[in-house]
Write a protein of this length. Structure first.
Length: 196
């Protein structure tokens, strides 16, 4: 996927003028890029559009006006964009009860190590690859950046709407499966077909 360039971004004054509309459009767009697996795992699939919004929001929040600081932010978010034949997502472990944070997070220890999260269609299982450094033997972050690397043959089959596609998780006692609807699948296919 083509990386984001600094000249594509609005300065913070111009962004403020269009932010409400821009933000509303992104929230609507993300509706078909969000996956809920049970009540504690959610994912948002990322691409240039979603990452560009994140950069604009960071520039606004941090009042960034200097090109060096903006470029640093761009570099961070560009590193999270999917490469060719990939999908990328931000995964959230959602815990609403503050007193249960440690206990609930501990249920997900080991999630980043093996084959606990995948997209399944036909005979294919495309497993999530987790960004390193966000979990340890006895601790796990509540936010993770993940990738799903497809082969060209898998992309071709994923495009076939006659073959159901599921997002699945199996981590200790936390096991859920979600059928990917046509809207989200179409959105993800467009990411997979986008060239650098």
């Amino acid at each position: 996927m083509k990386t984001i360039e600094i000249n594509e971004l609005l300065n913070i004054i111009d962004y403020e003028k269009v932010r409400n509309t821009y933000r509303s459009d992104i929230i609507s767009y993300k509706t078909n890029r969000r996956v809920l697996l049970g009540n504690q795992i959610s994912m948002v699939f990322e691409n240039r559009k979603t990452m560009k919004f994140q950069i604009q929001e960071m520039m606004r929040a941090e009042r960034m006006v200097h090109n060096e600081a903006i470029q640093h932010e761009i570099d961070v978010y560009n590193s999270l964009l999917p490469a060719e034949n990939e999908l990328s997502a931000t995964l959230f472990i959602e815990i609403t009860e503050e007193e249960k944070i440690r206990e609930d997070l501990h249920k997900f220890l080991g999630l980043t190590d093996g084959k606990s999260l995948w997209i399944e269609f036909g005979s294919n299982k495309v497993f999530a690859e987790f960004e390193a450094g966000r979990s340890e033997e006895d601790r796990i972050s509540s936010v993770h950046y993940i990738r799903f690397a497809f082969t060209p043959a898998q992309i071709e089959e994923f495009q076939n709407s006659q073959v159901p596609a599921y997002m699945k998780i199996s981590q200790n006692s936390y096991q859920h499966s979600l059928l990917l609807g046509n809207e989200i699948r179409t959105s993800l296919i467009s990411d997979l077909l986008e060239k650098n």
